[in-house]
Design a binder for this molecule. Structure first.
Ligand SMILES: *Cc1c(COP(=O)(O)O)cnc(C)c1O
Length: 360
Protein backbone atom coordinates (compact mmCIF):
# COMPACT_ATOMS: atom_id res chain seq x y z
CA UNK A 1 0.00 0.00 0.00
CA UNK A 2 1.27 3.49 -0.89
CA UNK A 3 1.14 6.06 1.92
CA UNK A 4 2.27 9.58 1.10
CA UNK A 5 4.19 11.66 3.65
CA UNK A 6 1.19 13.71 4.69
CA UNK A 7 2.00 17.14 6.19
CA UNK A 8 -1.43 18.68 5.72
CA UNK A 9 -2.57 21.15 8.38
CA UNK A 10 -6.10 19.77 8.72
CA UNK A 11 -7.73 17.53 7.78
CA UNK A 12 -4.49 15.76 8.42
CA UNK A 13 -2.79 12.39 8.69
CA UNK A 14 -4.46 9.64 10.72
CA UNK A 15 -2.65 6.60 12.13
CA UNK A 16 -2.77 3.76 9.61
CA UNK A 17 -3.76 1.35 12.40
CA UNK A 18 -6.82 3.49 13.09
CA UNK A 19 -7.82 3.58 9.42
CA UNK A 20 -7.53 -0.21 9.25
CA UNK A 21 -9.62 -0.66 12.40
CA UNK A 22 -12.29 1.68 11.04
CA UNK A 23 -12.26 -0.22 7.76
CA UNK A 24 -12.67 -3.47 9.61
CA UNK A 25 -15.80 -2.11 11.36
CA UNK A 26 -17.08 -0.13 8.40
CA UNK A 27 -19.81 -2.53 7.31
CA UNK A 28 -20.51 -4.26 10.56
CA UNK A 29 -19.93 -2.54 13.88
CA UNK A 30 -21.98 -5.16 15.68
CA UNK A 31 -25.56 -6.46 15.49
CA UNK A 32 -25.59 -6.56 11.68
CA UNK A 33 -25.16 -2.86 11.01
CA UNK A 34 -22.55 -0.22 10.36
CA UNK A 35 -22.35 2.37 13.15
CA UNK A 36 -23.45 4.91 10.54
CA UNK A 37 -26.73 3.05 10.17
CA UNK A 38 -27.42 2.78 13.87
CA UNK A 39 -29.71 4.92 15.96
CA UNK A 40 -27.79 7.44 18.01
CA UNK A 41 -30.17 6.44 20.82
CA UNK A 42 -28.91 2.84 20.76
CA UNK A 43 -27.04 1.23 23.62
CA UNK A 44 -23.99 0.80 21.38
CA UNK A 45 -23.68 4.52 20.64
CA UNK A 46 -24.35 5.48 24.24
CA UNK A 47 -21.58 3.13 25.30
CA UNK A 48 -19.23 4.44 22.60
CA UNK A 49 -19.71 8.00 23.87
CA UNK A 50 -19.17 6.99 27.48
CA UNK A 51 -15.98 5.09 26.66
CA UNK A 52 -14.65 7.93 24.50
CA UNK A 53 -15.32 10.36 27.35
CA UNK A 54 -13.51 8.15 29.85
CA UNK A 55 -10.41 7.59 27.76
CA UNK A 56 -10.26 11.29 26.90
CA UNK A 57 -10.27 12.24 30.59
CA UNK A 58 -7.73 9.49 31.30
CA UNK A 59 -5.36 10.76 28.59
CA UNK A 60 -5.73 14.33 29.88
CA UNK A 61 -5.28 13.31 33.50
CA UNK A 62 -8.55 14.98 34.49
CA UNK A 63 -11.24 13.96 36.94
CA UNK A 64 -14.95 13.74 36.43
CA UNK A 65 -15.49 17.33 37.58
CA UNK A 66 -14.93 18.03 33.88
CA UNK A 67 -17.57 17.20 31.27
CA UNK A 68 -16.49 16.01 27.85
CA UNK A 69 -19.00 17.19 25.24
CA UNK A 70 -19.20 16.12 21.62
CA UNK A 71 -20.72 18.33 18.98
CA UNK A 72 -20.28 19.48 15.41
CA UNK A 73 -19.64 22.94 14.01
CA UNK A 74 -15.88 22.88 14.46
CA UNK A 75 -13.75 25.27 16.43
CA UNK A 76 -15.39 28.09 14.49
CA UNK A 77 -18.69 27.35 16.19
CA UNK A 78 -16.91 27.55 19.54
CA UNK A 79 -15.81 31.08 18.62
CA UNK A 80 -19.53 31.93 18.87
CA UNK A 81 -20.60 29.52 21.62
CA UNK A 82 -18.05 30.72 24.18
CA UNK A 83 -19.27 34.35 24.21
CA UNK A 84 -22.92 33.34 23.78
CA UNK A 85 -22.77 31.17 26.89
CA UNK A 86 -20.48 33.24 29.07
CA UNK A 87 -20.44 36.91 28.15
CA UNK A 88 -23.05 39.36 29.41
CA UNK A 89 -23.54 43.12 29.38
CA UNK A 90 -21.68 43.24 32.68
CA UNK A 91 -19.07 40.62 31.95
CA UNK A 92 -16.40 41.13 29.31
CA UNK A 93 -14.70 38.40 27.28
CA UNK A 94 -10.93 38.92 27.17
CA UNK A 95 -8.80 37.70 24.28
CA UNK A 96 -5.12 37.01 23.77
CA UNK A 97 -4.29 37.58 20.11
CA UNK A 98 -1.45 35.45 18.80
CA UNK A 99 -2.50 34.49 15.27
CA UNK A 100 -5.36 34.61 12.81
CA UNK A 101 -7.56 31.99 14.50
CA UNK A 102 -7.36 33.86 17.81
CA UNK A 103 -8.30 37.03 15.97
CA UNK A 104 -11.30 35.28 14.42
CA UNK A 105 -12.42 34.16 17.87
CA UNK A 106 -12.14 37.74 19.11
CA UNK A 107 -13.99 39.18 16.11
CA UNK A 108 -16.84 36.73 16.62
CA UNK A 109 -17.09 37.70 20.30
CA UNK A 110 -17.18 41.36 19.29
CA UNK A 111 -20.26 40.76 17.16
CA UNK A 112 -21.97 39.24 20.20
CA UNK A 113 -21.10 41.70 22.94
CA UNK A 114 -18.30 43.07 25.03
CA UNK A 115 -14.92 41.70 23.96
CA UNK A 116 -11.51 43.10 24.72
CA UNK A 117 -7.93 42.39 23.61
CA UNK A 118 -5.61 41.95 26.61
CA UNK A 119 -2.42 41.04 24.75
CA UNK A 120 -1.47 40.85 21.09
CA UNK A 121 1.45 40.12 18.80
CA UNK A 122 -0.30 41.38 15.68
CA UNK A 123 2.14 44.32 15.46
CA UNK A 124 4.93 41.76 15.10
CA UNK A 125 2.98 40.18 12.27
CA UNK A 126 2.46 37.17 14.61
CA UNK A 127 6.17 36.29 14.41
CA UNK A 128 6.36 36.19 18.22
CA UNK A 129 3.90 35.63 21.06
CA UNK A 130 2.59 38.36 23.34
CA UNK A 131 3.84 38.50 26.93
CA UNK A 132 1.19 37.19 29.27
CA UNK A 133 2.65 38.15 32.65
CA UNK A 134 1.63 41.81 32.28
CA UNK A 135 -2.05 41.02 31.76
CA UNK A 136 -4.30 42.53 34.42
CA UNK A 137 -7.85 41.24 34.34
CA UNK A 138 -10.70 43.33 35.72
CA UNK A 139 -13.09 41.83 38.23
CA UNK A 140 -15.89 41.89 35.66
CA UNK A 141 -14.06 39.55 33.27
CA UNK A 142 -16.20 36.66 32.02
CA UNK A 143 -13.21 34.62 30.80
CA UNK A 144 -9.83 34.86 29.13
CA UNK A 145 -9.50 33.10 25.78
CA UNK A 146 -6.17 31.93 24.39
CA UNK A 147 -5.14 29.87 21.35
CA UNK A 148 -2.52 27.43 22.61
CA UNK A 149 -1.04 26.67 19.18
CA UNK A 150 -1.24 28.98 16.19
CA UNK A 151 -1.76 26.62 13.30
CA UNK A 152 -1.30 29.06 10.43
CA UNK A 153 1.66 31.02 11.76
CA UNK A 154 3.48 28.17 13.53
CA UNK A 155 3.81 29.43 17.10
CA UNK A 156 2.90 27.78 20.40
CA UNK A 157 2.56 28.93 23.99
CA UNK A 158 4.67 27.06 26.55
CA UNK A 159 3.25 28.62 29.70
CA UNK A 160 -0.03 30.14 30.71
CA UNK A 161 -0.72 32.86 33.23
CA UNK A 162 -2.63 32.24 36.38
CA UNK A 163 -5.95 34.00 35.88
CA UNK A 164 -7.15 33.62 39.47
CA UNK A 165 -10.89 33.37 39.62
CA UNK A 166 -11.26 34.29 35.93
CA UNK A 167 -11.92 31.19 33.80
CA UNK A 168 -9.13 30.41 31.34
CA UNK A 169 -10.45 29.04 28.03
CA UNK A 170 -8.19 27.46 25.41
CA UNK A 171 -8.65 26.84 21.72
CA UNK A 172 -6.48 23.71 21.57
CA UNK A 173 -7.60 22.60 18.13
CA UNK A 174 -4.11 22.07 16.75
CA UNK A 175 -2.22 20.76 19.77
CA UNK A 176 -4.60 18.90 22.09
CA UNK A 177 -3.09 15.51 23.05
CA UNK A 178 0.29 16.41 21.54
CA UNK A 179 1.97 17.51 24.78
CA UNK A 180 1.52 17.56 28.51
CA UNK A 181 -0.21 20.62 29.90
CA UNK A 182 -1.67 21.49 33.27
CA UNK A 183 -5.12 20.96 31.85
CA UNK A 184 -6.77 21.67 35.17
CA UNK A 185 -5.57 25.28 34.94
CA UNK A 186 -8.15 25.64 32.18
CA UNK A 187 -11.83 25.98 33.01
CA UNK A 188 -12.58 24.94 29.47
CA UNK A 189 -10.85 23.98 26.25
CA UNK A 190 -12.00 22.82 22.87
CA UNK A 191 -10.74 21.30 19.67
CA UNK A 192 -12.24 20.33 16.36
CA UNK A 193 -11.12 16.83 15.46
CA UNK A 194 -9.41 17.11 12.11
CA UNK A 195 -5.92 17.99 13.37
CA UNK A 196 -4.93 15.69 16.22
CA UNK A 197 -8.10 13.80 17.15
CA UNK A 198 -9.64 12.17 14.10
CA UNK A 199 -11.59 12.95 10.95
CA UNK A 200 -13.48 16.23 10.51
CA UNK A 201 -17.05 16.47 11.76
CA UNK A 202 -16.68 16.20 15.51
CA UNK A 203 -15.67 18.86 18.01
CA UNK A 204 -14.70 18.19 21.62
CA UNK A 205 -15.40 20.59 24.45
CA UNK A 206 -13.97 19.88 27.89
CA UNK A 207 -15.59 22.09 30.50
CA UNK A 208 -15.38 22.18 34.29
CA UNK A 209 -18.58 21.91 36.32
CA UNK A 210 -18.26 25.33 37.94
CA UNK A 211 -18.08 27.03 34.54
CA UNK A 212 -20.94 24.94 33.18
CA UNK A 213 -23.07 26.34 36.03
CA UNK A 214 -22.34 29.85 34.72
CA UNK A 215 -24.01 29.11 31.37
CA UNK A 216 -27.28 30.83 32.18
CA UNK A 217 -27.72 33.18 29.22
CA UNK A 218 -31.02 32.84 27.33
CA UNK A 219 -29.62 31.49 24.07
CA UNK A 220 -30.73 28.89 21.51
CA UNK A 221 -30.89 25.40 23.02
CA UNK A 222 -28.53 23.87 20.49
CA UNK A 223 -25.83 26.44 21.33
CA UNK A 224 -26.03 26.00 25.10
CA UNK A 225 -23.28 23.91 26.70
CA UNK A 226 -25.77 22.71 29.29
CA UNK A 227 -27.87 21.07 26.58
CA UNK A 228 -24.90 18.88 25.64
CA UNK A 229 -23.97 18.13 29.24
CA UNK A 230 -27.49 17.25 30.34
CA UNK A 231 -28.19 15.07 27.30
CA UNK A 232 -24.82 13.29 27.16
CA UNK A 233 -24.19 15.02 23.81
CA UNK A 234 -27.25 13.26 22.38
CA UNK A 235 -29.74 16.12 22.28
CA UNK A 236 -29.44 16.23 18.50
CA UNK A 237 -27.84 13.69 16.16
CA UNK A 238 -24.08 13.91 16.62
CA UNK A 239 -21.42 12.87 14.05
CA UNK A 240 -21.26 9.33 15.41
CA UNK A 241 -18.74 7.89 12.97
CA UNK A 242 -16.26 10.73 13.55
CA UNK A 243 -16.58 10.16 17.29
CA UNK A 244 -16.02 6.44 16.80
CA UNK A 245 -12.80 7.21 14.97
CA UNK A 246 -11.80 9.64 17.70
CA UNK A 247 -12.09 6.81 20.18
CA UNK A 248 -9.83 4.67 17.99
CA UNK A 249 -7.30 7.53 17.88
CA UNK A 250 -7.41 7.86 21.67
CA UNK A 251 -6.84 4.11 22.09
CA UNK A 252 -3.96 4.35 19.64
CA UNK A 253 -2.52 7.22 21.68
CA UNK A 254 -2.78 5.15 24.82
CA UNK A 255 -0.89 2.29 23.14
CA UNK A 256 1.89 4.75 22.23
CA UNK A 257 2.29 5.51 25.93
CA UNK A 258 -0.08 8.46 26.21
CA UNK A 259 0.58 12.16 25.90
CA UNK A 260 3.98 12.10 27.62
CA UNK A 261 5.47 9.62 25.14
CA UNK A 262 3.78 11.35 22.23
CA UNK A 263 5.31 14.65 23.28
CA UNK A 264 8.83 13.17 23.26
CA UNK A 265 8.39 11.98 19.68
CA UNK A 266 6.77 15.26 18.61
CA UNK A 267 9.74 17.23 19.96
CA UNK A 268 12.15 14.99 18.04
CA UNK A 269 10.08 15.29 14.86
CA UNK A 270 9.91 19.09 14.98
CA UNK A 271 13.60 19.39 15.86
CA UNK A 272 14.58 17.38 12.79
CA UNK A 273 13.04 20.14 10.68
CA UNK A 274 14.11 23.12 12.79
CA UNK A 275 17.69 21.80 12.75
CA UNK A 276 17.68 21.80 8.95
CA UNK A 277 16.24 25.32 8.93
CA UNK A 278 18.77 26.63 11.45
CA UNK A 279 21.79 25.06 9.80
CA UNK A 280 20.84 26.11 6.27
CA UNK A 281 22.73 29.42 6.47
CA UNK A 282 19.57 31.38 5.70
CA UNK A 283 18.40 29.25 2.77
CA UNK A 284 15.41 28.31 4.92
CA UNK A 285 14.18 31.10 7.19
CA UNK A 286 11.96 30.17 10.12
CA UNK A 287 8.87 32.42 10.36
CA UNK A 288 8.68 32.40 14.16
CA UNK A 289 11.21 33.64 16.71
CA UNK A 290 12.89 30.63 18.28
CA UNK A 291 11.39 30.63 21.80
CA UNK A 292 7.88 30.66 20.36
CA UNK A 293 8.15 27.95 17.72
CA UNK A 294 5.44 25.33 17.44
CA UNK A 295 6.12 21.61 17.66
CA UNK A 296 3.04 20.98 15.53
CA UNK A 297 3.25 23.44 12.64
CA UNK A 298 6.76 24.20 11.40
CA UNK A 299 6.78 27.25 9.12
CA UNK A 300 9.52 28.75 7.01
CA UNK A 301 10.15 30.96 4.02
CA UNK A 302 12.67 30.87 1.21
CA UNK A 303 14.40 33.53 -0.85
CA UNK A 304 11.40 34.24 -3.12
CA UNK A 305 8.04 32.84 -4.08
CA UNK A 306 9.43 31.26 -7.21
CA UNK A 307 11.77 29.04 -5.19
CA UNK A 308 9.00 28.30 -2.68
CA UNK A 309 6.74 27.14 -5.48
CA UNK A 310 9.48 24.97 -6.89
CA UNK A 311 10.03 23.46 -3.45
CA UNK A 312 6.34 22.55 -3.19
CA UNK A 313 6.25 21.15 -6.74
CA UNK A 314 9.33 19.00 -6.23
CA UNK A 315 8.17 17.83 -2.82
CA UNK A 316 4.98 16.56 -4.42
CA UNK A 317 6.99 14.60 -6.98
CA UNK A 318 8.97 13.08 -4.11
CA UNK A 319 6.16 11.67 -2.02
CA UNK A 320 5.18 14.63 0.18
CA UNK A 321 1.86 16.45 0.45
CA UNK A 322 0.56 19.55 2.19
CA UNK A 323 3.74 21.63 2.47
CA UNK A 324 2.47 24.89 0.99
CA UNK A 325 1.81 27.50 3.69
CA UNK A 326 -1.72 28.68 4.45
CA UNK A 327 -3.14 30.67 1.53
CA UNK A 328 -3.30 33.80 3.73
CA UNK A 329 0.44 33.85 4.52
CA UNK A 330 2.25 31.83 1.85
CA UNK A 331 5.65 30.28 2.52
CA UNK A 332 6.01 26.69 3.63
CA UNK A 333 4.44 24.77 6.48
CA UNK A 334 4.92 21.21 7.67
CA UNK A 335 2.23 20.08 10.09
CA UNK A 336 3.67 17.25 12.14
CA UNK A 337 0.69 16.19 14.24
CA UNK A 338 0.65 13.06 16.41
CA UNK A 339 -0.17 10.74 13.52
CA UNK A 340 2.69 11.94 11.31
CA UNK A 341 5.43 9.32 11.73
CA UNK A 342 8.98 10.18 12.75
CA UNK A 343 10.13 8.60 9.48
CA UNK A 344 8.05 11.10 7.47
CA UNK A 345 9.80 14.01 9.20
CA UNK A 346 13.17 12.36 8.66
CA UNK A 347 12.39 11.96 4.96
CA UNK A 348 11.34 15.61 4.76
CA UNK A 349 14.50 16.78 6.52
CA UNK A 350 16.56 14.81 3.99
CA UNK A 351 14.56 16.21 1.10
CA UNK A 352 15.13 19.75 2.40
CA UNK A 353 18.89 19.21 2.60
CA UNK A 354 18.90 17.71 -0.87
CA UNK A 355 16.82 20.58 -2.27
CA UNK A 356 19.24 23.09 -0.81
CA UNK A 357 22.22 21.24 -2.26
CA UNK A 358 20.66 21.46 -5.68
CA UNK A 359 19.33 25.03 -5.42
CA UNK A 360 21.41 26.79 -2.78
C1 LIG B 1 -8.27 24.66 12.38
C2 LIG B 1 -8.41 25.60 13.50
C3 LIG B 1 -9.61 26.30 13.73
C4 LIG B 1 -10.80 26.18 12.81
O1 LIG B 1 -11.36 24.94 12.94
P1 LIG B 1 -12.73 24.54 12.18
O2 LIG B 1 -12.97 23.16 12.66
O3 LIG B 1 -12.42 24.61 10.72
O4 LIG B 1 -13.76 25.52 12.57
C5 LIG B 1 -9.67 27.12 14.83
N1 LIG B 1 -8.64 27.26 15.69
C6 LIG B 1 -7.47 26.61 15.50
C7 LIG B 1 -6.36 26.79 16.47
C8 LIG B 1 -7.32 25.77 14.40
O5 LIG B 1 -6.17 25.12 14.21
Amino acid sequence: MYRINNFNAGPAALPIEVLCQAQDKFIEYGNGMSIMEMSHRSKAVEQLFEETRQIMLEMLGLNSNYSVLFMSGGASMQFAMVPLNLMSTKRIGCYVLSGSFSEKAYQEAQTLGNAKIVASSKQQNWSSLPALNAIRLEADTAYMHITTNNTIEGSQFQTFPSTGSVPLIGDMTSDLLSRKLEFNEFSMFYASAQKNLGPAGATVVVIRDDLLKECVNPIPTILNYKTYAQNHSLYNTPPVHSIFMMKLVLEWLKRQGGIAEMEKINVQKANLLYDVIDSSGGFYKGCIEKPFRSMMNITWRMVDEEVEKRFVRESECNGFDGLAGHRSVGGLRASAYNAVPYQACKALAEFMIDFQNRNG
